[in-house]
Design a protein around this ligand. Sequence first.
Ligand code: ADP
Ligand code: ADP
Ligand code: ADP
Length: 213
Amino acid sequence: MRLVLVGPPGAGKGTQAEFIAAHLAVPKISTGDIFRANVSQGTPLGVEARRYMDAGQLVPDEVTINMVRERLAEPDATDGFLLDGFPRTVPQANALDKLLADFGTALDLVMELVVDDDEVIRRLSGRRTCRGCGKIWHVEFDPTSREGICDRCGGQLFQRDDDKAETIAKRLEEYAEKTSPLVDYYGAQNKLVGIDATGPVEDVTVRAIDALR
Ligand code: ADP
Ligand code: ADP
Ligand code: ADP
């Protein structure tokens, strides 16, 4: 299956992507994770992306599309994938459609995680990520993560640089302006399914898996 997850920052895309990708046995491709890996390795791509990420802005389409084109050409993505955080603009969605058409395939489904702004801000403000295994935690909702230690692998937890109040506000603006039009874009292709992403993580996973068709 070729699946895209959309939703505002903090909706739970990364959290759910891990479970859904395992359920479907497809690779999870997160453009945010690829950018962050490049930032920490200090690659030219990372140096460029960081300027935008730190400001809460989207990385330019051309840079992002080229990166995704390379990633989708890797053999593990041939039979299916779950894209987390891409596309995020209409030009990116157009480029993805075209890229897949060149491969003779197309997206099967786009899942929108629906959560209101207040909940998104609460989720982003308390987000912590494991340096070891990448597992996503929350200081309020996952009490063990208050100690700063990953409950799965024992690694150190960190707070993302862009999860600060000012940057969060800018990212939500970027979402409203540039990403939310994708709901209509994929709605018009009859590929969109929206799910309620509130409530416990496991309940959202059940809704997400039920919505796969
Ligand atoms: P979140 O999970 O909070 O939505 P991500 O980890 O997906 O955040 O993305 C972090 C940052 O990486 C974004 O704010 C943006 O700067 C950059 N980024 C990730 N994906 C894209 C994309 N598809 N287009 C442009 N920029 C992106
Ligand atoms: P450079 O410009 O120095 O060659 P790149 O931009 O190619 O650096 O990125 C270097 C590293 O970033 C890669 O070794 C890989 O870990 C990661 N990376 C870059 N592009 C991708 C991609 N499309 N998919 C997954 N990882 C990528
Ligand atoms: P996104 O990738 O959409 O930005 P994440 O998956 O990183 O979102 O989740 C953002 C924060 O919200 C994390 O701290 C995560 O632990 C937490 N979170 C995710 N899903 C839920 C949920 N259903 N209930 C409460 N907190 C959640």
